[in-house]
Design a protein around this ligand. Structure first.
Ligand code: GAL
Length: 969
């Protein structure tokens, strides 16, 4: 390998006269240099060519001739775009979102004549200190989907493979000044057939463009082999290099020739303790800094082990996304992703579905994340024709597939964080994939190979699935899933699970329990990290269809744990709790005694020395005592019972909370950051009681009862003291269906959102049967039922009062043959918006929680504005419920629940929420709608995976629940 230009015809040819055949050519390209290791810096000069480029958009690949690439061409009249960037996000053309449909006819390798083509032009001078001798390389880190490149009028070649690097030797063409770099980028190419990932189609030069000086004797390709022997505690380092040189690691006293092995005692690298050693690879012409992490990955005894220990992956699938710049990410955004992951206990990333910007892997090395590095390959759109003509099973495409595998492996092989290679995603099966796997196994036997799409595991070292149900995952964990022998012996990963679209995912804790119970289950990767919404002035964030696409998949592109602007959604907060690395469980602490707490170190490697523990006691949600908790230095996997101090004797409902926080500042969070917590009750709750003393007093059109007045005809609550209540305080069973309620179209049988709407629960009618004022109660009887069927809910609202407070008891009796669970069961009413400022409650918080998304809900006293109570899902839907609420104070009303309830308050009705398509559709009205729900249906993750587990279903059954209402004192 050298940096001399490859001897292909095209390097000699000049601009113009060229055909566009290369666009539909299945080959990976021509004229580029062989792939090689990527390194972040060296002492060789480099020149970033990022910045403003001249830009011209043409409707077809051949609309313009090539003269723009000739020196002297006047592009003064062209537009400008930023590189890195996508032209469709810079005012030229529009983005398109499809999940797996190709947005063009499937006729490989042909692409439409209408093929938006962006000519990019940049004139640059070499810096004054650019060395006169040596070679130079022009590097493109990412261009979608196909490019032809010229420098100073000489055509360098063409390439495909959008999220992979491509380099050209250009030393012989460079001039001290006035260099003309011309890049023609086609949106569609044969390569597009290999890049059918579920994401926006975003053409452009979206990663860095760099000119690299290549001095005589410079580094070419090199492979850092840094293994760790957990039995001896020694690391073995060998750097294979195309150019001989020396490798030094001062901290380890290493000074060795390239190719030589050195074994020394080291601290190993892991995602938990990402120990890196600084070294240098020096050849006669260049010094390249190395960051070396010693670790050994192996599949042994049916388990993925790192440094001799099985690892539990608590992962996410990460697409690259920024709401303004698409897949063109700056360094700060990448860092933010890593920091957010670390702060939320995430320990692994699958780079779905392409190698990320290389700087992201530097961050994973430094901060500590296990990485499945996935190749830029997906041919999902062939599923529609039973995978016929699938490029991965057609030898003509194999060179392109091997080129992609090599570009990934060669670029990323020196990252300790990369522990598994993935062939790609959803590309069916075929010889091309086998060829990729064979090549990768040969080139890098030190890492296992992953690919989910082949259930036989013919080419892979791990068995992976996506969206398998809890039940199936359990079967796999118990080894009862059958399948081919090879597969039965492999460790298992859920490479995608828990579809985080909109509200959810539900059921995370139930998966985690399985992962922890069965060794074979080595964890999973939530789908996915971030919503790919595009910032939009009116809509909030745009999704599929918002740009007039012919085919699109709507908001299926917004299915992340963080919103497009990286605000964590409740799903991430829940995930953080579910995967916390320390388990804190209360033991034997009932009846007011302090008892003990069991602390389990669930790290795979780390001890607990980085953490400090603290206890506190709360009475009715208020902290009454607290202090530090000494916890023994538990090694990974160990547990201990720790005694808590005696709690103070106080009346009220008492809880103990124990937190594990960072003891000192780390690279990713400050001291005091909460890593894990546990909370448990010490005494029970006293439910509110009310002895009826007042009687209903009929008046002119109104009935009064204690502090309240009711409509005499309808029984609707009108006032509590001077507080006006609207909406009648009626039974409510409807919620604005979540993406997970609605489910994915291919799951036809049990999509509750669809069943509910078909049944008509969104338009239930309220029939008034009786208003009875007798004895000490006002009783209102209604029947709530949708039109067109015989089922219904016979409902009795019984109001009593002690003169000051009101008690409402709601009894619900289902009638008819109910075949579906209810979305929610509770009451709703309105309060004048002007009277509601902040909401205070004692219950679960601070964030939203539903029956199967409740782990992160911490009991306490909370206060929030209505804005804070609303979770702004990109497509509005049911959100914001606070669970286990004992009491709430809102708009001057205090409401206590018997039993605890779900609280929701919002500035719009459920119907308005249900009708909204974007954030911008939600406009506050003059009423605040308050929901007090006895029950909510689970959330699940049926927008792509299984629905809620049956134990989270809200079945209609005879039910009674009460609230005590009073004026806030
Ligand atoms: C998977 C696929 C992902 C994404 C997800 C649904 O099948 O691998 O790319 O489409 O479903 O959001």
């Amino acid at each position: 390998m050298s940096f001399r230009a490859p001897a292909t015809d095209c390097t000699a040819s000049t601009a113009s006269t060229a055909s566009t055949d290369y666009v539909e050519d299945v080959s990976p390209g021509s004229g580029t240099l062989p792939p090689r290791a990527r390194y972040a810096s060296s002492d060789a000069k480099s020149l970033s060519l990022n910045g403003k480029w001249r830009f011209r958009l043409s409707p077809t690949a051949d609309a313009e001739d090539d003269v723009f690439a000739e020196p002297g061409y006047d592009a003064g009249g062209w537009a400008e775009v930023s590189v890195p960037g996508h032209w469709v996000l810079q005012g030229h053309g529009s983005p398109i979102y499809t999940n797996h449909l190709y947005p063009f006819p499937v006729d490989p390798p042909r692409v439409p004549t209408e093929n938006p083509t962006g000519d990019h032009l940049r004139v640059f001078d070499l810096p004054a200190d650019w060395p006169a001798d040596g070679d130079a390389v022009l590097r493109f880190d990412g261009v979608e989907s196909c490019a032809r490149v010229w420098l100073n009028g000489t055509r360098l070649g063409e390439f495909k493979g959008s999220r992979l690097p491509h380099e050209f030797a250009v030393g012989h063409l460079l001039e001290p000044s006035g260099n003309v770099l011309a890049v023609r980028v086609h949106q569609w190419s044969a390569g597009s057939y290999l890049e059918d990932q579920d994401q926006w189609w975003l053409p452009g030069v979206f990663r860095d463009v760099t000119l690299l000086h290549r001095p005589a004797g410079c580094v070419l390709d090199f492979f850092v082999h840094a293994s760790y022997d957990h039995l001896t505690g020694e690391g073995t380092l060998r750097v294979d290099s195309d150019v001989d040189g020396r490798v030094t690691v001062p901290e380890l006293g290493v000074d060795a020739a390239t190719g030589a092995s050195v074994t020394v005692p080291v601290e190993p690298w892991s995602a938990e303790v990402p120990r890196l050693y600084d070294g240098v690879l020096a050849t006669s012409g260049e010094r390249v800094p190395l960051r070396i992490g010693f670790r050994t990955v192996a599949v042994e005894d049916g388990l993925i082990k790192v440094n001799g220990r099985p690892v539990l992956f608590k992962g996410v699938n990460r697409h690259e996304w920024h709401p303004d710049t698409g897949r063109a990410l700056d360094a700060e955004t990448m860092r933010e992703d890593v920091l957010l992951m670390k702060r939320h206990n995430v320990n692994a990333v699958r780079t779905s579905h392409y190698p990320p910007h290389p700087a992201f892997l530097d961050l994973c090395d430094a901060y500590g994340l296990w990485v499945i590095d996935e190749c830029d390959l997906e041919t999902h759109g062939f599923t529609g024709q039973g995978w016929r003509d699938n490029p991965v099973d057609d030898d003509r495409w194999t060179p392109a597939l091997l080129d992609r595998a090599a570009r990934m492996v060669e670029r990323d092989k020196n990252h300790p964080s990369v522990v598994i290679w993935s062939l790609g995603n959803e590309a069916g099966t075929g010889r091309g994939l086998t060829a990729m796997a064979e090549w990768i196994h040969g080139r890098d036997p030190s890492r296992p190979v992953h690919y989910e799409g082949d259930a036989t595991c013919r080419d892979t070292d791990v068995y992976a699935r996506m969206y398998a149900s809890h039940e199936e995952v359990e079967r796999i964990g118990r080894g009862l899933d059958g399948g081919p022998r090879k597969r039965r012996e492999l460790p298992f990963l859920l490479c995608e699970y828990a579809h985080a679209m909109g509200n959810g995912p539900g059921g995370l804790a139930d998966y985690q329990r399985l992962f922890e119970a069965h060794d074979r289950l080595q964890g999973g990767f939530v789908w996915e990290w971030i919503d790919h919404g595009i910032r939009h002035p009116e809509l909030g964030f745009a999704y599929g269809g918002d740009f007039g696409e012919e085919l699109h998949d709507g908001n299926f592109v917004c299915d992340g744990l963080v919103f497009p602007d990286r605000t964590p959604s409740p799903g991430l907060v829940e995930y953080k709790k579910v995967i916390e690395p320390v388990r804190i469980e209360g033991r034997g602490a009932r009846g007011g005694a302090g008892g003990t707490v069991r602390i389990t170190n669930r790290y795979d490697f780390a001890g607990l020395s980085a953490l400090a523990f603290a206890w506190s006691y709360q009475v009715d949600g208020e902290i009454v005592a607290s202090g530090p908790l000494p916890v023994p230095a538990l090694a990974a996997g160990e547990a201990a019972e720790v005694k808590l101090p005696e709690p103070p004797r106080r009346p009220g409902e008492m809880h103990a909370t124990v937190r594990a926080v960072l003891a000192v500042d780390t690279a990713w969070a400050p001291r005091g950051h909460v890593v894990a917590w546990g909370q448990f009750p010490l005494t029970g709750r006293r439910v509110p009681s009310l002895t009826p003393t007042a009687a209903p007093v009929p008046g002119d059109r109104r009935v009064t009862l204690g502090p309240a007045s009711f409509d005499a005809r309808t029984g609707a609550l009108l006032t509590v003291g001077d507080i006006e209540v609207t909406g009648g305080l009626r039974l409510d069973v409807w919620r604005a269906t979540t993406d997970n309620d609605d489910g994915a179209p291919w799951q036809s049988d049990t999509r509750h959102g669809v069943l509910w709407r078909t049944l008509g629960l969104h338009r239930a009618q309220h029939r008034l049967d009786a208003v009875e004022a007798g004895g000490d109660a006002l009783t209102v009887r209604t029947r709530v039922a949708p039109a067109g069927c015989e089922i219904g809910l016979a409902t009795v609202h019984r109001w009593t009062s002690d003169g000051e407070r009101l008690r409402l008891t709601v009894s619900v009796r289902p009638e008819g043959d109910w075949r579906v669970p209810l979305p929610r069961l509770g009451v709703r009413f309105g309060l004048p918006a002007a009277t509601v400022d902040r909401v205070r409650w004692f219950g679960g918080g601070p964030g939203e929680a539903y029956p199967d998304t409740k782990c992160a809900s911490l009991l306490g006293r909370w206060e929030a504005t209505l804005e804070e109570l609303h979770t702004p899902y990109v497509r509005p839907q049911e959100n914001g419920a606070r669970a286990d609420v004992r009491w709430v104070e809102i708009g001057g009303l205090r409401i206590e629940g018997d039993p605890e309830f779900f609280l929701t308050a919002r500035r719009w009705t459920t119907e308005q929420l249900d009708a909204a398509r974007h954030r911008g559709d939600l406009v506050p009205g003059d009423t605040v709608w308050v929901h007090l729900d006895h029950g909510q249906h689970g959330i699940g993750s049926q927008s792509c995976g299984p629905g809620p587990l049956p134990r989270y279903f809200l079945w209609p059954r005879p039910t009674e629940f009460s609230f005590v209402l009073s004026r806030v004192r």
